[in-house]
Design a protein around this ligand. Structure first.
Ligand SMILES: C[S@@+](CC[C@H](N)C(=O)[O-])C[C@H]1O[C@@H](n2cnc3c(N)ncnc32)[C@H](O)[C@@H]1O
Length: 408
């Protein structure tokens, strides 16, 4: 989901930001803007509502651990886990089940609590790798070293979807080849090693802050008059359920234990897919008077009727578009008091055709809404073209560049 780091550097340069100034990323995801700004010596603050992404970005800007000591500690944990597993007759190897592991009593393996197990996509992790993962998490608690704890857990979150679980990505998340057994400790330790490489040579400090919160309520989260620039990529209306992509690691690390945890997060996100639309949503009212958004929403609804698409989700398509742009209006309204006069803003967005192939010019519409809210639209920079598999068409991604003139 992230955008490339060079894009952040380009806009820091373009906006002529100086070391004393503060950058905000209100949709900070896994923290690309924050990491790059910290590297450039700029103060930065992020807002992110998905707890897994919030945690990832918070850890990524915490450069305090000494790399060598972090690795030594992780190695100790790894040895303890390997030993525990060996006493249970479990070899932490990859590939096929060994004779010994085949004889392991499945009933004796560590499992997720029943309510949490229901939240992960079925078969997204096999029982044996899950047992090893939970054993590793348990050992991290036993040998908890506050300075390293979060970095070690983030390394595990990184290894889960790709190295340990059975997930397949692209374009949607699903279950791929089932690995009945696979190594857990080794891929985890490799990721810790990668973190130590990244930390090596960086100043041992933390400057960026990441707030777990809703970017549509910024006035209650960010100090008034404190932001000099915004570099961000908000969600697009693209039917991607961001809470599904990171479900496995979110549940295993304990961020989500019940369905209502996930619902609470979805309710606070800008609506970008119909699986996160709720009856009492009201952001659509904020774009009632915007002719172009209403026109696009009508076109989607007419196309739906014409094609006889009648599922509950398809019926919500036109409402979703209104809710998405209404949510962005709420975000842009609330950000205004946080900005210093003359603040510049860069929003990376993409055109979309995910809704019955009706073209949605996200950048142009966002620029227009911002203009109505008192922002100056400086320009819309082309960024890159993306190939959309659903429509087999190239869609433009662009950067909407705004300036906040201050309250008049
Ligand atoms: C396109 S991604 C951002 C990716 C980011 N540039 C990075 O480097 O990872 C959009 C992010 O916005 C978050 N988001 C959506 N609605 C939000 C809201 N109302 N408040 C805070 N975060 C939100 C999503 O969870 C997602 O992480």
């Amino acid at each position: 989901l992230s955008f490339p780091p060079h894009l952040v550097r380009e806009y820091v340069e373009d906006f002529e930001l100086q070391a004393t100034q503060r950058v905000l990323d209100p949709f900070s995801g896994i923290g690309t803007t924050l990491v790059e700004c910290t590297k450039l010596g700029l103060d930065s603050v992020g807002v992110e509502r998905n707890p897994m992404s919030w945690y990832a970005s918070k850890v990524k800007v915490d450069w305090r651990p000494d790399p060598e000591s972090l690795y030594d500690h992780a190695q100790q944990v790894a040895e303890a886990v390997t030993e525990t597993l060996a006493t249970q007759g479990i070899h932490d190897g990859s590939g096929r089940l060994t004779v010994a592991t085949r004889e392991v009593n499945v009933g004796a393996l560590r499992k997720l609590p029943a309510s949490a197990a229901k939240l992960v996509i079925k078969n997204s992790i096999s029982p044996l790798p899950l047992h090893k993962t939970l054993t590793l998490l348990h050992e991290l608690e036993e040998q908890k070293e506050p300075e390293f704890y979060d970095h070690e857990r983030l390394a595990l979150a990184g290894a889960l979807p790709s190295d340990i679980g059975n997930l397949r990505f692209g374009p949607e998340v699903g279950v791929g080849k089932i690995r009945h057994d696979t190594a857990v400790v080794d891929p985890w330790l490799r990721r810790v090693a990668k973190i130590t490489e990244d930390l090596d040579g960086l100043p041992r400090e933390r400057t960026a802050r990441v707030i777990l919160g809703d970017a549509r309520k910024l006035d209650s989260l960010i100090e008034k008059d404190s932001i000099d620039a915004v570099i961000t990529s908000p969600p697009y209306p693209n039917e991607k359920d961001y809470t599904r992509i990171c479900r496995l690691e979110s549940v295993i690390l304990g961020f989500w234990t019940t369905n209502s945890d996930i619902r609470d997060v979805k309710k606070d996100l800008v609506r970008s897919n119909t699986r996160s639309v709720y009856k009492d949503d009201q952001d659509d009212m904020l774009v009632e008077g915007h002719p172009e958004i209403q026109r696009v929403a009508h076109e989607i609804e007419e196309r739906r009727i014409e094609l006889g698409k009648d599922s509950g989700f398809e019926r919500l398509y036109s409402r979703l578009i209104r809710l998405y742009f209404g949510g962005m209006v709420r975000h842009l309204s609330g950000i205004r008091p946080c900005l210093r006069s003359g603040a510049k803003l860069a929003y990376v967005v993409g055109d979309q055709a995910s809704y019955l192939q009706v073209m949605i010019r996200t950048g142009a519409l966002l620029a227009d809404l911002a203009g109505h809210l008192g922002f100056e639209v400086l320009r819309i920079d082309p960024f890159r073209k993306r190939f959309a598999t659903a429509t087999a068409k190239e869609l433009q991604e662009e950067v909407v560049v705004l300036r906040w003139p201050g309250d008049s």
